[in-house]
Design a protein around this ligand. Structure first.
Ligand SMILES: Nc1ncnc2c1ncn2[C@@H]1O[C@H](COP(=O)(O)OP(=O)(O)OP(=O)(O)O)[C@@H](O)[C@H]1O
Ligand SMILES: [Mg+2]
Length: 314
């Protein structure tokens, strides 16, 4: 549904997006991550047809977006970082107005407005003036307008930014629900959000794609992947564990006589839990707890994005 190839965008001498390529199919929820200024918004705007790339092409359902943005935008619902809302309109008035702009009229227009109001849980505020809405309802009104023409592709730039945890959850549930029949791309700074709803994460740093994989696979690149936290009682345990070839570092978290809580960091993410268990049984150690780390996305994110955010174009 989306195919982006070799996207480049310069602003003056600054290269904001530097050879970005990706594709996404129906059912995908693609999270775009990256530090401030990495090029997420610029990338999304090029996909949405609001910014023309200096090089490269985006196809949306086979349509070259830069060549025919109007045709492409029929399939796209785009929620910018900050959506201009008409402050003195009511929620339903605003949505009716935008539905009309989209070319709907009469009963069809009303049906679509009612439907997005229901989908975005806006019933309680449908007759409220936009300038009196709380942030959560404003955000959902922005979301609702992207759905009026029932597009196959949703591009959401930080859809949960600034929302309280409950509102975040509401928006995430909406995204998850809608992902079944659409492809959704969203940018976010919230890594737990990526784990919760994204089927794929693209990490952008200084305009370049530095990772593109399922969140669970990305997590295996974490230094903590397969690390073991152990609560165990027995004789000379740390010394024995030090002889294990795949254990890189042993950290004692606490001790109480012969009982200790240990953190074992593997070499190169190698699995170590099975060996530890085996030895515990052989040596008759008393095991109170053993946890295997599945890795952390924030750890991976930090490791691969700690370069400067902006590169100068050659
Ligand atoms: N219209 C513009 N004119 C000049 N520079 C721009 C313009 N839009 C973006 N930039 C620059 O391009 C770079 C990428 O910006 P972009 O907004 O895409 O980053 P982002 O990843 O969305 O960041 P954030 O997480 O802060 O939203 C930044 O250096 C930004 O200052
Ligand atoms: Mg942005």
């Amino acid at each position: 549904m989306i195919n982006a190839s070799g996207l480049i965008k310069n602003f003056g001498y600054r290269r904001a997006v530097d050879d970005v390529s990706f594709e996404a199919q129906k059912g995908a929820v693609v999270g775009i991550l990256g530090p401030n200024g990495a090029g997420k918004t610029t990338t999304i705007r090029m996909v949405a047809g609001f910014l023309v790339p200096d090089a490269g092409t985006v196809w949306v359902k086979g349509i070259d977006v830069a060549a025919d943005p109007v045709a492409a935008q029929k399939h796209i619902g785009y929620m910018p970082e900050t959506t201009p809302l008409y402050e003195d309109m009511t929620v339903s008035g605003f949505l009716r107005f935008l539905a009309e702009v989209r070319g709907f009229s009469g009963a069809e227009r009303q049906r679509r407005v009612d439907e997005v109001i229901e989908r975005c849980f806006l019933q309680p505020v449908r007759n409220q003036s936009i300038d009196t809405l709380s942030k959560g309802y404003r955000q959902r009104t922005c979301f609702a307008q992207t759905l009026l023409h029932d597009p196959d592709i949703l591009l959401l730039d930080e859809p949960t930014e600034g929302l309280d945890p409950n509102q975040k959850q509401v928006v995430r549930d909406m995204i998850r629900e809608m992902s079944k029949e659409k492809v959704i791309m969203l940018s976010t700074h919230v890594l737990e959000e990526v784990e919760a709803i994204c089927t794929r994460a693209i990490i952008i740093s200084a305009g370049k794609v530095v990772a593109d994989d399922q969140p669970s696979v990305l997590k295996t690149r974490s230094t903590r992947y397969n690390a073991v936290t152990l609560d165990v009682e027995g004789e000379g345990i740390p010394a024995i564990l030090e002889t294990f070839p795949n254990i890189g570092k042993i950290q004692t978290l606490s001790t109480d006589g012969n009982r200790s809580r240990l953190f074992l960091l593997p070499k190169l993410g190698k699995p170590i839990a099975a060996d530890v268990l085996e030895t515990a049984r052989e040596k008759r150690w008393k095991l109170f707890d053993l946890k295997v780390d599945e890795g952390r996305l924030d750890d991976v994110f930090r490791r691969i994005t700690t370069t400067e955010d902006i590169r100068e174009a050659e």
